[in-house]
Design a protein around this ligand. Structure first.
Ligand SMILES: *Cc1c(COP(=O)(O)O)cnc(C)c1O
Length: 368
């Protein structure tokens, strides 16, 4: 072969590093020949999907030969109703990741600067690099976004600012007053993405609701997902709420059938299953206390988190600890790729799963 196909890719794509997902359970089963594995690595809902979502999927199976509704009418209507916004403000995505990429492609190019925080969600640098834009990474303060410094970093070339609230992997969050002061400094021609993938878990009085900020600041795009609190990660469905003109722009770049029919009907059903959501939140807050108390008992520092995950400082290179936990049948997430080599990110599981993890961590740290 005389052609170097990598060199034929765009400059941005040549510099891409693929996203590294949490290790799948079957992969570890194959590698180590063990069963009874606990996966606390991808911030998934430990309850399993809601019955309402499963029933809706069952009912739609006979129509799998048909294309999905490319406009996602039923889901968009349900969302518009629930959020008191117009149908024309909602964009559906193949997971909210899809929307993050649509935003980068629609509003950025190789002349653009895109701002995000140190330790911010890994998809922001990937979406930025893929379009050949310049990533402006603003140092974090106490693991969290420094919105003052992020506003200072805006230049005439800035097109997009990504903010995860709360942030993954750190679990840190931004309060309403801080967000308001920040938004007042952002020019209207800079799109501000408020990624609220974990928003449903939070009920702190000063936690901002991005959708209500949208009225005052039309350059905000709020993204949310059905992958976390709604328990539908495998289906790949998320959405954004924005100014109608922004939604129109995103609608032009998305694929015609970017969300599949089982995902549309299951998400619609999950949205109205308030009992499931309430249970998800309860399991999460109890599980968070369980893990925090486990870490305290082991004398380990952790980053206080409002998400469904928490980063623990294992006090040494976390990679061998991660590997040793795998051998105990417990999958967590190393975050060295985020510049956090001593931390492991652990998703909140069921009580028994959390207990398994704490016991395994205790055993591993005693011998590591
Ligand atoms: C999990 C996550 C997402 C959503 O992922 P999808 O499954 O693509 O909806 C988005 N942003 C953050 C910060 C996340 O942690």
């Amino acid at each position: 072969m005389s052609c170097d196909f990598l060199k034929m890719a765009t400059v941005g794509v040549q510099g891409l590093q693929p996203y590294v997902p949490g290790k799948p359970v079957d992969e570890l089963e194959r590698e180590l020949g063990i069963s009874n594995i606990v996966k606390l690595a991808s911030n998934e809902n430990p309850l399993g999907p809601s019955d309402a979502a499963l029933n809706a999927i069952q009912k739609c199976l006979k129509d799998l030969c048909r294309y999905p509704d490319g406009n996602g009418f039923i889901l968009k209507s349900a969302l518009a109703d629930k959020l008191s916004v117009g149908l024309n403000q909602i964009t559906l995505g193949n997971g909210s990741n899809d929307i993050l990429e649509l935003i980068a492609r629609a509003f950025g190019d190789e002349r653009s600067e895109i701002i995000f925080s140190q330790y911010a969600f890994a998809v922001y640098p990937i979406a930025t690099q893929a379009i050949g834009a310049k990533a402006v990474v603003v140092p974090a303060v106490a693991w969290g976004h420094d919105l003052k410094a992020m506003a200072d970093a805006i230049t005439p070339a800035t097109r997009i600012i990504f903010i995860a609230n709360p942030n993954n992997p750190t679990g840190t969050w931004i309060d309403s007053a801080t967000l308001l002061a920040f938004m007042k400094r952002v020019p209207e021609n800079v799109m501000v993405v408020l990624d609220e993938a974990y928003g449903e878990y939070i009920d702190l009085p000063d936690f901002p609701d991005g959708v209500s900020f949208l009225e005052q600041f039309p350059n905000i795009i709020v993204t949310r997902t059905f992958s976390k609190a709604f328990g539908l990660a495998a289906l790949r469905v998320g959405y954004s709420v924005s100014h109608p003109q922004v939604a129109d722009v995103l609608n032009r770049v998305r694929q015609p059938f970017n969300v599949n029919q089982p995902a549309l009907v299951a998400a619609t059903a999950a949205l109205s299953d308030s009992a499931y959501l309430a249970r998800s939140r309860e399991v999460n807050s109890k599980g968070m206390l369980q893990l925090e108390s486990g870490f305290k008992t082991l004398g380990l520092d952790f980053i206080p988190s409002v998400g469904n995950f928490v980063c623990v400082d294992v006090g040494r290179d976390a990679r061998p600890v991660y590997d040793a936990l795998l051998r105990e049948g417990v999958i967590v997430r190393p975050v060295g790729n985020y510049g956090m080599p001593r931390h492991l990110r652990v998703s909140i599981g069921l009580e028994s799963e959390n207990a398994r993890f704490i016991a395994a961590l205790k055993a591993v740290l005693a011998i590591a």
